[in-house]
Write a protein that binds this ligand. Structure first.
Ligand SMILES: NC(=O)c1ccc[n+]([C@@H]2O[C@H](COP(=O)([O-])OP(=O)(O)OC[C@H]3O[C@@H](n4cnc5c(N)ncnc54)[C@H](O)[C@@H]3O)[C@@H](O)[C@H]2O)c1
Length: 326
């Protein structure tokens, strides 16, 4: 496997709240003189310089003026489609922040363009690179909790309110991407409810119900209007349950051997103490995401969170939005 990152020349678009994490992560993995940051706001140049004075910064981007082969788009969601399309058309591999675009058909178009151009297109569903989620998926695939029955995800906080998107579009891409990758199928029905309390028409709180084949059900509860932070994913199977609580400092991943079984025609409960599940907590999800992107470019492998996965997540967001607005 080629993991010589010296040949990668990266441009990062957007040095805002999340973009700065991409800049720090790239600076820890690539030769810093191979990185350029583009942000329309010239004052973000100071931040870039404080991360590394070897990283170039410009607020005036010209495709032809820069020599680069990979790009990361961490600008506001409404700019993703056009930026990613221009980058693919000029022959660059692209990692785009979530949501990849604001419409599923645009995501599908980017996916097709990347295939036609033989370029990597990846979306920043960072939790799929979290070592706890990777361990959780491994345990589920190995049959630890038996057949899947119910999954729910709470992503709640008194958090950053956005005016260009509601809490569903801001938070739920993560939860949808995780649930999709656990179930490995597409939902057959999607219903959502929500409430707008702070800004008219922008839901602060949404609850989305998903039905999958094989009687698998899920719900996602997201809110930026909540008294405390909770990031909890619960996966229930017929032989046990597994819980990932990212908002905890320790013991984030737990297995519960709990449930019901039918014995001699009667339903019996089985119930025992939880076991903490170990995972490699030294690995940072965003660093893993960057490595995955760089490795897929260098070794011509398909990214886990590719354009197809991104378009599926977008379709679910669109269906949930339709349901919400009805
Ligand atoms: N993966 C995650 O966990 C995660 C977390 C937070 C945000 N995000 C996503 O990251 C993206 C950025 O979010 P943010 O919170 O950093 O936003 P932000 O508003 O803090 O920053 C966006 C930056 O992009 C710049 N910008 C706007 N248009 C540009 C353009 N055309 N070219 C270059 N720069 C441009 C702005 O000047 C600003 O500095 C969003 O899509 C958001 O959903 C992802």
């Amino acid at each position: 496997m080629n993991n010589n990152y010296n040949s990668l020349k990266l441009v990062i678009f957007g040095a805002g709240r999340w973009g700065k994490n991409h800049i720090k992560t790239a600076a820890s993995l690539l030769p810093n003189e191979n990185i350029t940051v583009v942000d329309l706001n010239p004052s973000t140049g100071e931040l870039v310089n404080s991360i590394s004075d070897k990283i170039d910064f410009t607020s005036n981007f010209e495709h032809s003026a820069l020599d680069f082969n990979i790009a990361i788009v961490a600008t506001p969601a409404e700019t993703h489609y056009q930026l990613a399309k221009d980058l693919l058309n000029s022959g660059k591999h692209v990692l785009v922040e979530k949501p990849i675009t604001l419409r599923a058909d645009e995501a599908g178009e980017l996916e097709e363009l990347s295939i036609k151009k033989n370029l990597k297109l990846m979306v920043g569903h960072v939790l799929l690179y979290h070592p706890a989620i990777i361990e959780m998926k491994k345990k589920i695939q190995n049959g630890l909790i038996g057949d899947l029955q119910y999954i729910y995800s709470n992503r709640l906080n008194l958090g950053a309110i956005r005016s260009e998107e509601n809490s569903l579009w801001s938070f739920a891409p993560h939860d949808i991407s995780i649930i999709q990758s656990i179930v490995n199928d597409n939902p057959t029905s999607i219903h959502a409810h929500g409430g707008d309390f702070i800004q008219n028409g922008i839901e602060d709180t949404t609850l989305t119900f998903l039905t999958y084949p094989n009687n698998i059900k899920a719900h996602i509860f997201v809110s930026w209007l909540h008294p405390f932070k909770e990031q909890r994913l619960v996966v229930i199977g017929d032989k046990g349950m597994i819980v990932f609580e990212d908002s905890l400092k320790t013991n984030k991943l737990k297995f519960y051997k709990k449930g019901f079984e039918v014995k001699n025609g009667t339903v019996e409960k089985f119930d025992s103490e939880f076991e903490v599940v170990d995972f490699n907590s030294d690995k940072q999800p965003l660093s893993e995401e960057h490595r995955h992107f760089y490795d897929s470019v260098l070794n011509d492998t398909q990214p886990l969170t590719d354009g197809k996965h991104a378009a599926e997540v977008l379709k679910i967001l669109e269906e949930a939005t339709k349901s919400l607005k009805n």
